[in-house]
Design a protein around this ligand. Structure first.
Ligand code: SF4
Ligand code: SF4
Length: 450
């Protein structure tokens, strides 16, 4: 008997105990340090302490007798993963234009030519819906369209025309539309958006007014906070779901409690999750860094969430604003179960596609507009680079050679193909995620076993 190859022991920061997770069976337990050591010593003939009943450990899949049992656990988990993946709708990301009305200090898209492709022409929008009907029309669940940029929601006659065409086309095709926006022109576009079918609007606030305005000014230099807040209030009033994003780094993380207090005072945090949710993200590290971003300001994943846990302990009200997921530990704390395993974290060219203003097709939001990642065209004619598409589609921890035998594969999923490409020159390379560290932070944040 030994510890399963896929069991993960995660130290909990600031506590003596360790979190034992078997992602293949969805089981987790907190162990005293002595119990964790005893489990590790099993192959050398160690004995189990009385606190660890063998039958319980076996049922949870924490311990196995050998390779055959590990292989059976893996096969069952892969079947569960495939079933879950089939329930995920495809996201069709459309960039009507790479242009933007803001001048954020950390914009990674400054490397792209904002005029490339101009504003998507009406006939290109028609071609997009024809392509979607042909290539995604039979999918169940139904795909959804996400307007992305650049900035897709601008209050100009030409942009209004395109937004109306996307909403009309989506309505006719029975698709919902989401948008990722800087929020600057939201208030003016509310009547148009309220006509639907809008699934969700993602909008970014980077902190309280002065800090946000410094990081995310209008191209004219003017502040944007007040207008964005007016837009969010309008969405809330119209019943349109809001996904509030904060791009966090060393400059603004400590101001999150102030932003949380602002959101609470606005009544946003009283809304149900289906109407208002938050996400905290890091700046993109792709394709070179934004020139005006202070390089030392970026957090790595562990630092970001370690600092967030500390901040939440000092400011418990932050928990109402955002509860991180910590690779499924949030789900475990809230439901008593870990989420299904995920052997593939990268949806590019599988559950996500992206469409540029010039009629080009890409695999995802991170690669859209990048000439090396063009996978074909949907206008003026449909051309698909099947070999390039196949390379993206086959990427998962089942095919990346470095991931073979990695215990973290069902949680890490191989990370992001675009980051892997950026670092290793190929998407068929690993982008490792700090799973044990985040498990440990999650156990601490959610007070598991405390
Ligand atoms: S390449 Fe990265 S950003 Fe793009 S879909 Fe894959 S994981 Fe997401
Ligand atoms: S990307 Fe790295 S951590 Fe993730 S499964 Fe592959 S080898 Fe393991």
């Amino acid at each position: 008997m030994r510890l399963s190859r896929h069991a993960i022991l995660a130290p909990v920061p600031g506590r003596p105990d360790q979190l034992l997770v078997q992602p293949l069976s969805g089981q987790a337990a907190l162990l005293e340090p002595a119990s964790a050591a005893a489990l590790r010593a099993l192959p050398a003939g160690g004995a189990l302490p009385a606190s660890l009943p063998e039958e319980t450990l076996r049922q949870a899949g924490f311990v196995v007798d050998g390779e055959a049992e590990d292989a059976a656990l893996l096969a069952a988990a892969r079947a569960e993963w495939a079933e879950e993946a089939a329930k995920t709708p495809t996201q069709l990301v459309v960039v009507p234009s790479f242009g933007c009305n803001l001048a954020c200090t950390y914009c990674y898209q400054e490397l792209f030519d904002p005029t490339a492709g101009g504003l998507m022409a009406p006939e290109v929008i028609e071609a997009f819906f024809a392509y979607v009907e042909r290539h995604h029309g039979a999918e169940s669940p139904r795909p959804y369209v996400t307007l992305f940029g650049g900035e897709p929601l601008r209050d100009t006659p030409a942009h209004r025309d395109r937004i109306a065409r996307f909403l009309g086309g989506a309505r006719a095709a029975r698709l919902q539309v989401a948008a990722v926006t800087n929020g600057h022109d939201l208030a003016a576009l509310l009547p148009l958006l309220s006509s639907g079918p809008v699934k969700e609007i993602q909008v970014t606030l980077d902190g309280p007014a002065a800090l946000h305005d410094r990081r995310r000014p209008h191209a004219s230099g003017a502040g944007t906070f007040a207008r964005i807040v007016e837009g969010i209030d309008g969405l809330v009033e119209a019943g349109i779901p809001v996904n509030l994003r904060v791009v966090a780094d060393r400059e603004n993380l400590s101001s999150l409690p102030e932003l949380a207090a602002f959101a609470a005072a606005r009544g946003w945090l009283d809304l149900p999750d289906a109407k208002f949710k938050t996400q905290i993200g890091r700046n993109y590290e792709l394709f070179g860094c934004a020139s005006r971003q202070e390089k030392g300001a970026l957090f790595d994943r562990v630092e970001l969430w370690a600092r967030y846990v500390e901040l939440s302990e000092a400011h418990p009200e932050l928990r109402r604003f955002h509860r991180p997921r910590f690779h499924g530990i949030g789900h475990l704390a809230e439901t008593g179960e870990l989420p299904a395993p995920n052997f593939d974290a990268c949806p590019a060219a599988k559950k996500e596609w992206a469409f540029g203003p010039d009629g080009s097709i890409y695999g995802c939001t991170a690669t859209v507009g990048h000439p090396s990642h063009r996978l074909g065209r949907f206008h003026p004619e449909v051309v698909r680079d099947d070999a390039a598409i196949a390379r993206w589609r086959e990427r998962s921890t089942l095919t990346i050679s470095a991931c073979q035998g990695c215990a973290l594969a069902p949680v890490c999923g191989g990370g992001c193909g675009a980051i892997a490409w950026n670092q290793h020159g190929s998407a068929q390379a690993p982008d490792c995620r700090p799973v044990p560290e985040l498990y440990g932070l999650g156990a601490r944040y959610y007070g598991l076993g405390a």
